[in-house]
Structure formats: C-alpha cells, structure tokens
Design a protein around this ligand. Structure first.
Ligand code: GDP
Length: 140
C-alpha cells in the first residue's frame, strides 16, 4: 500500500563543496518529490552530535561529526508516497563501493564516510530528523 510520507534529505559538506547540489535536487524533482522546505546550514560539532546521537559510541562517531560540521550542508524536507524508501534507493548504499550505477552515492560519494547524502531510514527517525532542523510552520 502506498502512503504519503515525509523524509529528511541532507546534501553533506563534501557534495556541497563539489558542486553537486543542482544535480541531486534535479534527481529529486525528476522522481516527483515535493520539496517542502530547504535550508543551507553550517552546523556546529555539537549540533552534528545531537543529530547523529544514535551513532554515539561507534568508532566513526568523532570523525563523522567532525565531517558533518566542516562546511555548509543543505537540509531538505521531502514529501512523496513511500518517500523514505524511495529516497534511500536513489541515494544508494552507504559505502559507494557497493552503490548501484545511477545512484547519487555512486556518482558523488568519495568514501563510506564522505558519502554525499543522508536520508532518514524509517518513519520514527524521519519525524525526529525533520523536527531537528525544521519548525512545524516551515513544513506546510
Ligand atoms: P546511512 O543511513 O546510509 O547514512 O548509514 P548509517 O546510518 O549506517 O551511517 C551514518 C553515516 O555515518 C553514513 O552515511 C556515513 O557518513 C557514516 N558511516 C557509516 N558507516 C561508517 C564507517 O564504517 N566508517 C566511517 N568512517 N563512517 C561511516
């Protein structure tokens, strides 16, 4: 069954720095996502730690939060039927070495960490992640 869903996409600092914003947003538009809202942010280390709290304690946590705060990111709120799974399909596998041809990570990711984009992985995480960056009134 198809359900209208909202999800959070992030264009990470590596992809912003490499000029991939237009290409990635183009992919979203071509696939019929509604872009509810978006903003360029340069988050602090502490804000990155709060966003990735679920990964606290993992060996790559320090490096990941340093990377996510190294430069501007674009956070985007998306809406579509089955948006969560579909955006993750377009993103491709976490490790670009395993990402399928035609995916964003295959094209833009540099490594398992500097992998160009983020996408929420479930309805509860999408709710948390959208509310981390957007106020209710921004998502009409
Ligand atoms: P995602 O849902 O595909 O983004 O992957 P995860 O939720 O598992 O991990 C969150 C982010 O942490 C990834 O997108 C990568 O930027 C980073 N990451 C995941 N696994 C590793 C790893 O093994 N090493 C490093 N250095 N970074 C990782």
């Amino acid at each position: 069954m198809k359900t209208l869903q909202r999800t959070l996409a992030i264009i990470k600092p590596d992809a912003v720095a490499r000029g991939a914003i237009g290409d990635i947003i183009g992919s979203l538009e071509r696939r019929g996502f509604r872009i509810l809202s978006g903003k360029m942010l340069h988050i602090t280390r502490k804000q990155a730690e709060g966003f990735y709290a679920v990964h606290a304690g993992k060996p790559f946590f320090e490096s990941l939060t340093k990377f996510m705060s190294e430069g501007p990111i674009l956070v985007i709120a998306l809406e579509k039927e089955n948006a969560i799974a579909e955006w993750r399909e377009i993103m491709g596998a976490t490790n670009p070495a395993n990402a399928k041809e035609g995916t964003v990570r295959k094209k833009w990711a540099e490594s398992i960490e500097r992998n160009a984009v983020h996408g929420s992985d479930a309805e509860d995480t999408a709710r948390f992640e959208l509310s981390y960056f957007f106020a209710g009134y921004e998502l009409q």
